[in-house]
Design a protein around this ligand. Sequence first.
Ligand code: 5RP
Length: 259
Amino acid sequence: MDWGMKNRLGRVIKGGRTVMLAIDHGYFLGPISKLEDPGKAVGPLIPFADALMPTRGVLRNCIDPEADIPIVLRVSGGNSIIGKDLSRESITTSIEEAIRLNVSAVAFSIYVGAESEHQTLMAFSELVNQAERYGIPTLAVTAVGKELEKRDARFLGLSCRIAAELGARFVKTYYCDNFEKVVEGTPVPLVIAGGPKLETDLDVLQVVSDAIKKGAAGVDMGRNVWQNEHPVAMIKAIRAIVHENVDAAEAHKLFLGEA
Ligand code: 5RP
């Protein structure tokens, strides 16, 4: 791996682990609860995140350019939650724009098994070709659209492997039963999304802990952090699991101590 590629990836995944904070939801969901003002939501969390995942619009308008945080830029879109086909995403942001914005990586959603499977896989491959030219790592997001029930080891294992085969330098997926099978079949680091807000704080910490124990490199979570009543306490507890191998019960105590 080239120095530039290694350096950028190493800024996001530090010592093999990462706590990424996803704030890109508006690109198809609009101003969802607690992310109406992304700058306000994320400002207090930045010191505890290893990387941020915004779109270029939010990055430009809501994130302090002096903030010392690596950016994993979402560069796919073209769909909306009320549109006909949630899987129909293309590249929205050129590689030159990503370079101009000084990003550490670019992110794109692939929709395996969906109507636009071929289109998203080919667009992702094109993004890999462009990004590799400049030593920029690509993050493939194994999207499921509205079909949350798709999140099992068979589907996610298939999606993650395809992403890696097409050249993703790291992959974002979901935690699931038999997650170790997904890890085993994916020869690049995996980070997990949180999905819609879970019922309890302990549930969130348990998912993170289980994912790390089974081989995830970390998290790229959004709603389960900034929709929490105590987002700073939550991200700090997640950090303790990811970077200090604290278990879920211990992290929960830390959370309660900070909340
Ligand atoms: C959608 C995304 C989202 O930005 C991300 O997955 C959402 O994070 P979370 O589910 O933790 O709120 O990549 O495909």
